[in-house]
Ligand binder design. Structure first.
Ligand code: ADP
Ligand code: 5GP
Length: 182
């Protein structure tokens, strides 16, 4: 294994996607794993880029075939990390997974060398502002996501590192440091 497996979690809207996408654009030696999901694509999302969008039947079939490093159900949809991509890519590069707390702990069980990184918001008010600012979910979906916040942050002691995403560039730099740490 040449690269590191970095597992990034944190409440919805905290800026995980923004941090990870900016970092992988800058670094040819770091790749983001594309998860599978049964949720509907949001406007602008593309199959194979943000997610592989599968039907529930396809997803259940892949669970049967042991194709996921981990999987979980959120907001009534399945999400999972394809294991073959992760194992192959780690031979050459570091891989970032952007997954929830339960998924992260399950991934660490399967691959104990993985490094768990929690992204935390500077405050709840700021998180709510970012979620609403993104304008991609309905009010009910926003409330669903906010209701998980306390639980997610309460798990931070199980993580190797916590990064507060206050100033975006600082958060990106901190994640790079963690990846490059020997
Ligand atoms: P997540 O992937 O964690 O759900 P996103 O990356 O979609 O979150 O970010 C949610 C919103 O917050 C986006 O509109 C993004 O531009 C904004 N955002 C991300 N990081 C910061 C930051 N440090 N300061 C202000 N806004 C931010
Ligand atoms: P969203 O629908 O906002 O893209 O993602 C909803 C939740 O699913 C987020 O908490 C996200 O981290 C999580 N998620 C995305 N991909 C995976 C995955 O492959 N496995 C698990 N367990 N969770 C995931």
């Amino acid at each position: 294994m040449k690269g590191k497996l970095i597992v990034v979690s944190g409440p919805s809207g905290v800026g995980k996607g923004t941090i990870v996408k900016t970092l992988v654009k800058r670094r040819a030696d770091v790749v983001e794993s594309v998860s599978c999901t049964t949720r509907q694509p949001r406007a602008g999302e593309k199959h194979g880029r943000e997610y592989f969008f599968l039907s529930k039947e396809e997803f259940l079939d892949r669970i049967e075939k042991n194709d996921f490093l981990e999987y979980d159900e959120h907001f009534g949809n399945y999400y999972g990390t394809p294991i073959s991509f992760v194992r192959e890519t780690l031979k050459e590069k570091s891989v970032i997974l952007e997954i929830d707390v339960v998924g992260a702990l399950n991934a660490k069980k399967r691959i104990p060398e993985s490094v768990l990184v929690m992204i935390a918001p500077p405050s709840v008010t700021e998180l709510e502002k970012r979620l609403r600012g993104r304008a991609s979910e309905s009010e009910t979906e926003i409330q669903n996501r906010l209701s998980r916040l306390e639980y997610e942050l309460s798990q931070k002691d199980k993580y190797d590192f916590v990064i507060v995403n206050d100033i975006l560039e600082n958060a990106i730099a901190r994640l790079e440091e963690i990846i490059d740490k020997k």
